[in-house]
Design a protein around this ligand. Structure first.
Ligand code: AMP
Length: 282
């Protein structure tokens, strides 16, 4: 594995790889790698000649009162995991390298953001789309792998790739979970023991909703009420949102049908957790 901190150097090497007809699979992360990230890397490894990974805690996607400063970072550990996962090129830029000069352009996401995390975190997806536009141009991937845990992010990136004509195939990978169902996340380390026990109830609430929908429930409000009740009864977390939409359009529904997403965000003392399930209703 070769590690680069310079965008120009990495771009040059990857251009050479491409001119030798090598396909490039790309995984974007903020580091503190876990099995969720490793699964994206595995998928990329299977389908491409070259695997590129970026690790960058992107200040543009954090709000003023969010956890940019305290987001967990561990370069040495990440480099080991990346190398074991078969990464060929690791891009580990500094904030200065990515945004050194006062940027003159940013990407503004115009749809699929007025709900879920987009509503709770204004500007977040503009930051994601801006940094990915840079990474896509630096890395020139054939395929880019993203986790369905961040389902709104997948919907936004789908729009970015289409609207800006990036010649990139978006691959969405299923959420990797702990044994008790909690979605793996770099932020799980900030849960207290008690919160960690409660956190499994997020997925349990989604499974309960899934069961209800599979048994014929078609009213979105009943589904969100059921999820709310479960989370309130089983955790001390503060609910940020519980929402149900068409997916990936993220449009509201009066009656559940077609592809839908049930998505939740819950705040614990030092960690805000998100999770979702998507269902296809015939
Ligand atoms: P992050 O480092 O949190 O920005 O995540 C980097 C990528 O890994 C994103 O595409 C995430 O959706 C994905 N990811 C994070 N957690 C998981 C998980 N538990 N299962 C699958 N993908 C994940």
């Amino acid at each position: 594995m070769k590690t680069f901190t310079s965008a120009d150097d990495l771009q040059q090497v990857l251009r050479e790889e491409k001119s030798n007809q090598k396909s490039i699979g790309y995984v974007a992360t903020m580091g503190f790698l876990h099995e969720g990230h490793a699964t994206l890397l595995e998928e990329a490894r299977k389908e491409n000649d070259i695997v590129a990974l970026s690790i960058f805690v992107n200040p543009l996607q954090f709000g003023p009162n969010e956890d940019f400063e305290t987001y967990p970072r561990d370069r040495e550990r990440d480099e080991n995991i990346a190398s074991n996962a078969g990464v060929d090129y690791l891009f580990y830029p500094t904030v200065q390298e990515m945004y050194g000069e006062e940027p003159s352009v940013k990407v503004v996401v115009q749809s699929r953001t007025d709900c879920l995390c987009g509503r709770q975190r204004p500007g977040h997806f503009d930051g994601v789309a801006t940094v990915l536009t840079k990474f896509f141009n630096i890395i020139l991937p054939d395929r880019a792998y993203f986790g369905k845990k961040d389902a709104q992010q997948v919907a936004v990136i789908d729009g970015l790739i289409q609207d800006f004509n990036f010649p990139i195939q978006l691959v969405a990978v299923d959420t990797v979970r702990e044994e008790d169902g909690l979605a793996k996340s770099s932020r799980n380390v900030y849960l207290s023991d008690q919160e960690r026990k409660e956190a499994k109830e997020l997925y349990q609430s989604l499974l309960k909703a899934k069961e209800a929908v599979e048994s014929g429930e078609r009213n979105p409000s009943s589904v969100t009420a059921m999820v709310r009740e479960h989370i309130e009864d089983h955790t001390n977390g503060v609910i940020d949102y519980i929402e149900v939409y068409q997916y990936p359009e993220l449009k509201p529904l009066e009656t559940l049908s077609g592809n839908i997403i049930i998505a939740i965000a819950v705040k614990f003392k030092h960690a805000r957790l998100i999770d979702n399930i998507t269902l296809n209703i015939e």
